[in-house]
Design a protein around this ligand. Structure first.
Ligand SMILES: [Ca+2]
Ligand SMILES: [Ca+2]
Length: 469
């Protein structure tokens, strides 16, 4: 549907404005991670030739997820939203959905309407034969990253609540029956990893170290407090490598720009006490998920491609992360393809990076949004899965039709090389892309070999187990 320069994705019903507009509105401090998943309304902001996704619906936005930079900008944004609503409503009811997407402009925004994880919906999820999926824990808030301890306890960060939770299945029935906060008041705590007697935690600018104390952990102490400011990709993640060093993934500050701080768009490496921090790899837009192959001990990570270049480029990337390499962002992507925007604006720079950067080993559908990467090191799943890795895709917010909203498996061959992706859990995206009931985030292998995956929109951790012979 078109009317006066506007297009609607979705019906206008029970319009409730929550000031939550903007898939990514320059200057308003809104990033895609701050998008509440409420009924989408896409409209064209006059004079910008860009489409943004405006949130209208019956849910309230999560408190604290919007970070407005000043009242004036807020009023301007609200004005734009209201103008959109007035024009939209004046055009009458719209029945245009994602699958009526206009031609690929690279600017389209669409977030499927959120639904609750009912038993009926979970029942229709599709997995390979012999596997089942159940809820491990729910009502967890902004469930993001997980780490599993040697005693089986599952630690979960919830950045919107500034908390780390501990989830225990004390009777071994596959569901957590003891859920409690471990730490409170850790602002925007996101990354987490456990190494021997230490737990590491990360927020946009801070890394904490908590020492083991009995069967729990003592209060965390700051060991790094000067990581680059968050910007568009504030979700730092952590791991300790086989070399006994601490790895910190720092996303880019922007969608696709020349960074001013050289630590943006990198993976950093430091000593376990946080000292001697240095850039390990660069040219990575946002590699939230990374892990070391259990045999080769090589580091692999999933990087997010830039937005605004179309529905199908740039792809998400699986990269072999080796010290000193540059992986291309923002200049080149995938298997060394020039970024079309930068090729137009700075062809000489693009040309230089085409020669100097490391191509992705594998690529995946653009905008799928990989939020984790974990090699399967358990013994519950069949042999096939014991040499590969799992990737949760949180799903697109700016693609018509939507993509992602699933867990994929990456097969690795006997030489430790990845050979391809295959679907592992699908069905979170429903109604031909109209609705979804999970935005998948962190992933971890439980002590019993089950696979755990967090949904940060409904506050659920799912448990995937193998029941076959
Ligand atoms: Ca239990
Ligand atoms: Ca790349």
């Amino acid at each position: 549907m078109r009317c006066g320069g506007m297009a609607l994705c979705g019906r206008v019903s029970r319009v409730t404005l929550h000031a939550t507009c903007g898939a990514s509105v320059p200057g308003f401090g809104l990033g895609p991670g701050q998008l509440p998943d409420i009924f989408p309304l896409s409209f064209l902001i006059p004079g910008t030739a860009r489409r943004y996704c405006c949130k209208m619906g019956t849910q309230r936005p999560t408190p604290g997820r919007l970070q407005w930079r000043g009242t004036v900008k807020r009023f301007i944004a609200l004005g734009i939203i209201c103008m959109g609503i007035i024009l939209a409503v004046s055009c009458g009811d719209s029945q245009t959905y994602a699958w009526d997407c206009p031609q690929d402009t690279g600017m389209e925004a669409f977030v499927p309407s959120p639904r609750q994880p009912t038993a009926e919906r979970i029942q229709q999820l599709r997995l390979p034969d012999g596997f089942r999926i159940d809820i491990f824990a729910r009502d967890l808030g902004h469930a993001r990253m997980m780490a599993v301890d040697s005693d089986g306890a599952v630690y979960l960060t919830t950045p919107d609540q500034n908390r780390v939770l501990v989830l225990r299945d004390t009777n071994g029935d596959g569901a957590a029956d003891d859920v409690r906060p471990l730490f409170r008041n850790l602002p925007r705590v996101h990354g987490i990893t456990i190494h021997e007697d230490r737990m590491y935690l990360a927020s946009p600018t801070t890394v904490w170290l908590a020492r083991r104390q009995g069967d729990t952990f003592a209060d965390p102490k700051v060991i790094i407090d000067d990581l680059p400011r968050g910007g568009r990709h504030p979700n730092r993640t952590l791991g300790v490598g086989p070399d006994g060093k601490l790895y910190i993934s720092v996303g880019s500050s922007c969608n696709a720009c020349e960074e001013q701080n050289s630590e943006h768009a990198t993976v950093l490496r430091a000593e376990l006490d946080g000292s001697d921090r240095a850039i390990f790899t660069e040219g990575l837009r946002n590699t939230i998920g990374f892990d070391w192959h259990p045999d080769t001990q090589k580091l692999w990570g999933m990087d997010h491609g830039s937005d605004g270049r179309g529905d199908n480029i740039p792809p998400e990337e699986l990269n072999l992360l080796a010290q000193g390499n540059h992986y291309g962002w923002p200049w080149v992507y995938g298997k060394n393809q020039p970024d079309p925007v930068w090729e137009r604006e700075q062809p000489e720079t693009v040309s230089r990076f085409l020669d100097e950067t490391t191509p992705a080993t594998l690529t995946y559908q653009a905008h799928s949004s990989p939020l984790g990467f974990v090699f399967y090191n358990g013994d519950m799943f069949p042999e096939k899965y014991r040499t590969g890795a799992f990737v949760p895709f949180r799903g697109s917010w700016n693609r018509c039709p939507p993509t992602g909203y699933k867990v994929a498996f990456v097969q690795f061959d006997s030489n430790g090389q990845p050979t391809g992706f295959e679907d592992f859990v699908t069905g979170f995206l429903m109604d031909d892309g109209r609705t979804q009931f999970a935005r998948l985030a962190g992933i971890a292998v439980a002590k019993d070999g089950a696979l755990l995956v967090a949904d940060d929109s409904n506050g659920v951790v799912y448990r995937i187990s193998y029941q076959g012979k």
